[in-house]
Design a protein around this ligand. Sequence first.
Ligand SMILES: CC[C@H](C)[C@H](NC(=O)[C@H](C)NC(=O)[C@@H](CCSC)NC[C@@H](N)Cc1ccccc1)C(=O)O
Length: 343
Amino acid sequence: SRACSVSAVPQLFDVEYLAPVQIGTPPQTLMLNFDTGSSDLWVFSSETPLRQRGGQDLYQIEDSSTAHRLGNSTWSITYGDGSRSSGNVYLDSVTVGGVNVFNQAIESATKVSSSFTNDAASSGVFGLGFDSINTVSPVKQKTFFSNALESLEMGLFTANLNKAEPGNYNFGFIDPTEFTGPISFVDVNATRGFWEFEATGFSIGGGGNGTGNSTSPMFVPVGHSAIADTGTSLLLIPAPIVQAYFWQVPGAQSSARVGGWVFPCNATLPDLIMHIGTYKAVIPGELINYAPVDTDSFDTATVCYGGVQSSSGFPFAIYGDVFFKAQFTVFDVDEMRLGFAPK
Ligand SMILES: CC[C@H](C)[C@H](NC(=O)[C@H](C)NC(=O)[C@@H](CCSC)NC[C@@H](N)Cc1ccccc1)C(=O)O
């Protein structure tokens, strides 16, 4: 089929969104982390050492009649959070929501780091970045989207993620029921292999309880490069913006112990508006209350962790799932652009 849709299921605290992928013949369905911030499709498999498994469903290579080894090829990937995995490469049939790619490179893990072992729900990562950063050696392999492109109605896919309930990824078409108003587009720079774009600044909106000030909030021109990364949970942006935001929240502080900005869970959080070209991406305050850090047994006040944190340490901002819960996003490789619309 020339288009497809697949559900995106949030895990606890929306830390990641997993989608079902069929691999091999007969089809084996695995839940994979759809990640626009990387370009390797890798899975836990029958080659993953027993002590590095943690209950994940596995790609049983020997059970697939269409699997064949990609000779003397290996892969090895490191992610921004320090997690890593590596292994061998097979070609096999992959189907997502009914769209099939016959000889998709599937990277079988013979080694994974502990954060992957400890994540029982995820059987691997489904890269949706640009082929240039695929790690297979000696010959880089293409992503599913890249391989499926010629058979898709339109050369794009969309992300429609939700807080604590399933959303979906669509390939080859834009579903007008998933957003409101016109889609605003911004150019993509794929030089670093990511869906990279330029944001121009921010403003801080009214509180969640409609106490927004009568005049429109002041635009602050803190321009920055950013990548659209569905594989990152939070919205990581320049420290001055995060500071200015949490200075509006009584009791908020940047905690070295916790490793980021925290605040009283009963705080009313203002909206954060990221300006991208002429588009104003509103992230409602309630999405910025990411999760409780801990409950102080001596009083009801609990400490909560910000869904917006600093991107210092990275060469760009990382617009992760907190952003995609608020904005319908189009990843358009035909026109090399990203599209955003309110939901
Ligand atoms: C430290 C490694 C740097 C970041 C770089 N690696 C990358 O850029 C990789 C491809 N992408 C990533 O590490 C990031 C994007 C760049 S962050 C600087 N996205 C993917 C990540 N969020 C997905 C993930 C999924 C599940 C578990 C953890 C992480 C490299 O290999 O050089």
